[in-house]
Design a protein around this ligand. Sequence first.
Ligand code: NAP
Length: 348
Amino acid sequence: MNEHATESETIHDVIVVGSGVAGLSAAVYAARADLEPLVLEGPEPGGQLTLTTDVENYLGFPEGVGGMELIQRGKDQAHRFGAEFRHGSIESATFDERPFELDLATGDTLRTRALIVATGASARWVGAENEDELMGYGLSTCATCDGAFHRGDDVLVIGGGDSAMEEALFLAKFADSVTIVHRRDELRASDIMARRARDHEKISFRWNTELLEIHGTQDGGVTGATLVRHPDGRPKKKLEAGANVEYDEVDVGGIFYGVGHVPNTDFLANTAVTLDDSGHLRTLDGRTTETSVDGVFGAGDVMDPEYRQAITAAGTGSMAALDAEAWLEERAIAGTQSDAVTEVPADD
Ligand code: NAP
């Protein structure tokens, strides 16, 4: 790399997009392989772990470890081996020519031979009336960030998976009562998390129920909600289909969404990188991190609709870096560093 080159002239060997556990793990491996990776931190630096309190199932921490601490340690580790970090998000990417070009929201363009996409996933919203207006004003997707504002409140948590249980258990430290609103009558959460929530004296459940409308104002915060219920579950769908549902108005001071996440792949939408129906980056059949564009690799929640664990994200991050390293080496040996891009058809 020429140190006098301007940013857009510099050609990186590897850029890692995303600085959650997958991106950091990729950065550590790529840096140790002397690839001098540049890590683009993205709009949510550190990713989802920064919104978690204790991580109890990451190998090597028998007493658990704070999400923030784990991320900071990963960042320090990547720094130690020479990874560079910069703030920024990709607006659009061009894979038609080599090196790849990444246009940032700031107007800058970055160029790289290999790209590791580790952009993770962001909290899903449920589509209740007034959620746009009240998000951040008593409506939240992050109990660890906003829970302490709800001391003495009655609050709702929407969802039936581990995230919803975790949010509810955290909120129960502050709120007077926590009601988990789930659209079916069976939880998706793991047994251990479900049991903890069920056993908690402040936590109760509303089954076969969904959030239709949120009441409140930005000045006064959330004051209540309209819920709908149908004995067979998924009441909003039943309502759309013209069935009768039960309505219930509740007074609450806060509402927390814990309904899962959507992968952050908007910048790949009009590129040759294949995505699946839910927007996850698709890797080639039988390969862990290679995508439909030769030289673009995926790691972490952005390509994993199934496991979505910190430890699996770290694992695929390291794999993406190893795959990128091998790919760069093969191309260097073959002398094809500036070849035209070849697209690999995604397997069905
Ligand atoms: P998830 O397992 O996909 O669960 C999402 C929940 O939200 C489901 O119960 C789903 O209902 C409900 N939901 C989805 N869209 C909805 C909508 N529009 N309206 C109402 N409800 C909706 O997601 P997650 O809970 O975020 O967990 C993701 C992964 O992370 C899992 O592998 C989980 O084990 C892991 N995780 C682990 C921990 C932990 O161990 N401490 C903590 C958090 C997450 P249905 O059930 O009807 O589909």
